[in-house]
Design a protein around this ligand. Sequence first.
Ligand code: 3H9
Length: 708
Amino acid sequence: MSSFTQATAANSLQCVHISRRDRIAVVEISNPPVNALSSPVKQALADAIDSAVNSSEIAAIVLTGAGKHFCGGADIREFGQVTGPSLSTLCTQIENSTKPVIAAIKGSCLGGGLELALAAHFRIAVAPAQLGLPEVNLGLMPGAGGTQRLPRLVGAARALDMMVSGRSVKASVAVQIGLIDRVCSDDVLQDAAVQFANEIIQSGQCVRRSRDALAMSDTDQSRVEIDQAKDIALAKKGLVSPAKIVEAVQASLELPFEKGLIKERELFSECLESPQRSALIHAFLAEKAASKMPGLSVVLPTPLRTIAVIGAGTMGVGISIALLDAGYAVLLLDREQAYLERGLNAIAESYRKQQERNRISAEVKAERLARLACHIDYSALHGADLIIEAVFEDMAVKKELLCQLEKACKPDAILATNTSYLNIDEMSEGLDHPERVIGIHFFSPANLMKLVEVVVPEKADQRTVAIAFQLAKSMKKTPVRAGMCDGFIGNRMLAVYREAAELMMLDGASPYQIDEAVREFGFPMGPFQVVDLAGGDISWATRKRKASQRDPRLRYVSVADKLCERGWFGQKTGIGYYLYDKDGKNARPNPELEDVLSEVRAEAGIVPKHFTQQTIIDHYLAAMINEGANVVHQGIALRPSDVDVTLLNGYGFPRYKGGPMWYADSVGLERVLANIARYAETDPLFWKPSDLLVELANHGRSFSDLNR
Ligand code: 3H9
């Protein structure tokens, strides 16, 4: 080891590797899995840069990452703790280096990782590398100079777009917009970076600081673009950090660099303190935890190639598109040629629209469609590694189908059902291999919605569960493990909080008031809008089917039935809770609804009460949280954070509020329980507090305690 590397290795804590290539120091962040900038990493980097700058043996520094990624950013688990040298100071140290620093980028270069690279004097990246400032997704903004350096390099409008959307750009785009200098091939990154460094030394060129870059030319066009980007940021309803990003970029346009950095620091601290930041980081970590089923890491799932989808209806079509997008060969089966053709047309139409909107090229569209084969004959199933049935939601139909599928498929194929509430143990009764049956519950539209409930029946073996998780992850979905009960995690909870909304309507709140309160809270739609969108006849059919199982002691709200009896099914009939134009748009209150409400309330002997927006939300959330607690207590969800992931990704719960269980912790479980106790005074059957909620609240504990 040379004297330079000896000196620095003594100071580093193995999380930064230092080596030498002649006069070039190669400083490599080594903090798996994503090289996050934890306190020890920052300290070791500061030491390494310092030594290199002060060593007479070194003429330039290459800064890179070990493993797959350059760097995934600041260590998000450290926020709120004392964290050693600040990232901002480290970036300033790099930028002030008198010797050229070249960032050599691969994999992800995100957040604080890109800020390090922006502070370097030159940047080279492999073609697939992704560069971005996604802090907004965590309720934050760049806080180590990113808001000041990026606009100077790529222009304020583009910088705003990147920071407000959180989208990253590939190296091929980054080089075009001036974010990086060169693109090289994957296997030669370090060699190419060292060569780049030698060229810089030989050319006599020294440092080139991003703070001095001049991308921000003040043309009319750039002002229009900046204004447009600001409007987009400020339209992000409910979120704190986009407006702060706008302010910081404005500072980069108006203030000298140093003052801009101070402004950025102030704004970053405000984001850091915001409850949205902790809720969004909770959501991020909860999704990572949900996709890791305990015990599954030991199982090695067989690679999947061909997947069959049974049923060419809306769900089958959505699932097929999602599978084609993920690179699988898809066999789509239906019993009628006409249904198959309709399904095939729907898939082709979806890809045609994507091409029209420039989301995919003609070649990509052709390649995806070429992987799709349609059949009416089950003998085609022999080639499938996994089969997903998405037929009519009926136990007898599905049982019969699974028997046929088991006979037709190859011996180790997995049979998955997309049922949204049926008992899968019952469904697989009589099969020779129930251990190969699992629920993979997609949400509509299946090609867009992130959530997948992996519903694990009693007899499913570990391989089957592992394959279901592997499939969901390969489709870039967010899988959550669910146990067996009516509706699993999400639909079971939905039934309860929807009922809470109906009870409030019975007791005096108007559906419009409830929808508005729910939207104000941050859901994209209120519960009555959702019924109108889905079609009132769908839930009517379910209610009729389940009528015999209804507890006669529970209050029953017959408003929805009365609407359906009048043929008011919502958007599809132009009338439901709302009135609609022929195209299903321009929703407005249905003036005749008040008569129906008065009739139902009179029948039930209700004197309408006044509900405020807050009391509506308190009821709605209390019902959701209480049922979430039941779901956890009964082992249907593994942890409270899995309930959050389900509601965030499948039911429109506002992400910046972290999910119902996180929200419950933030308002306090005692308060939630006190609300439920108060509601129970008039309706003790519906408002029965969950044992788990009672236990946690009485012991001063939180749902988060159970996630750990
Ligand atoms: C920031 O930088 C603020 C600065 O501007 C200012 C500071 C002053 N920290 O996703 P994976 C964990 S804010 C700590 O499966 P992949 C993750 O939880 C940050 N841990 O890997 C998981 O842990 P576990 C801005 C992190 O290869 C493991 O790494 N940056 C961080 O599929 C593997 O994760 C971001 O928002 C982190 N920053 O994808 C980027 N990132 O194994 C967030 C990940 O215990 N990260 N972990 O479950 C990502 O988007 C992806 O992780 C990434 C890798 C694309 C990097």
